[in-house]
Write a protein that binds this ligand. Sequence first.
Ligand SMILES: Cc1cc2nc3c(=O)[nH]c(=O)nc-3n(C[C@H](O)[C@H](O)[C@H](O)COP(=O)(O)OP(=O)(O)OC[C@H]3O[C@@H](n4cnc5c(N)ncnc54)[C@H](O)[C@@H]3O)c2cc1C
Length: 371
Amino acid sequence: MEAREAETQSSIFSHAIASKELPKHFRDNRHVWVFIELERGRVHPVSIELLGEGRKLADKLGVQLAGVVIGGCETRSAIAEALAYGADFAYLVESPLLSDYRNEPFTKALSDLVILHKPEILLLGATSLGRDLAGSVATTLETGLTADCTELDVDADGSLAATRPTFGGSLLCTIYTLSCRPQMATVRPGVMAPPRRMSNAIGSVIRHDLMMIEDEIVTKVLDFRPDGQSETINLAYADIVVAGGLGIGTAENLEHVMVLARTIGGEFGCSRPLVQKGWMGFDRQIGQTGQTIRPKLYLAAGISGAVQHRVGVEGADLIVAINTDSNAPIFDFAHVAVVADAVDLLPALTTAFTRRLVPHTQTIQVERCHR
Ligand SMILES: Cc1cc2nc3c(=O)[nH]c(=O)nc-3n(C[C@H](O)[C@H](O)[C@H](O)COP(=O)(O)OP(=O)(O)OC[C@H]3O[C@@H](n4cnc5c(N)ncnc54)[C@H](O)[C@@H]3O)c2cc1C
């Protein structure tokens, strides 16, 4: 089930209008948990980002941070990574039945752990796997889940304040789970900054058995074929991203975006209308309903800077925008504004970078934006 569907089923109320008391049986719930997502044995970067965020929440609450590792037999390094990135200890459910992700055994493993050990906060990455698992765990436990958060904090009363965009990204709302535990949230890859890795980190591991047998699992994994997911992850974690918007004009002109990206060793992406036109795949869409990126350099060509695009790129260290309209909204948050025709400028930049020369700039007005 999609995380968003689960969200509507949960007991979530605006803090301002509701003051529902936490039932007695939830008052002993303690500690912050982060689900450690594994991709063919490797820890997904979003789990590391969540460990950094979980550490801050746990410190504010004065509780411990746990990493939850669920998998087949390649779990040792995942536990070591969880401890190295801030977990005080780890829970482990290991079984050959958990070698590949399947909703039923993972939901059973995680739900059983929660029922037994009662965390107050449970965080998962908003990846395909995380969304699927978070939705079914929240439904099983009948608790609240806030999907695609952009900010997490704890209130004075210790409640999780989970903030996410709403109304098409034009507003941010903070959602509280007042009457159930754990308070669950998902966060998309690249939204939170990763913490520093600590060397020689140690912590205990609490093991649990999976209380399920193969005959109880309807889903069978027959084969594994990568579906380009690695490409998606490259965009979210690329140091350099060049993106095109409607201002690029035609599908053919997108070649200028791709060639420049390749020339300077980056990834390429686009705004949503280009995906809707079928000019690029959805895995290249940047923004609220696409990828969130945090590159060192983001070069946006022919993109107006609508709020739904802005939320996906604001974490970039340096935003360079090329637009023919000097009043384009993107110049409100870009660090460098280039008023120019992107269809002319992109190939000129490619030529210049290829030759390692500075391009001719007589016809280009470049402004440094102040934020
Ligand atoms: C629920 C919802 C979710 C959304 N999610 C996303 C999302 O994830 N990502 C996203 O991007 N959008 C998203 N959108 C759409 C968003 O609102 C904007 O419509 C979209 O970002 C606009 O794309 P654009 O900037 O390419 O096009 P436009 O807004 O049309 O802007 C084109 C820009 O190109 C400039 N231009 C024109 N010709 C040239 C040229 N030759 N050289 C340089 N500049 C030129 C123009 O001045 C203009 O500023 C979402 C909308 C909704 C309602």
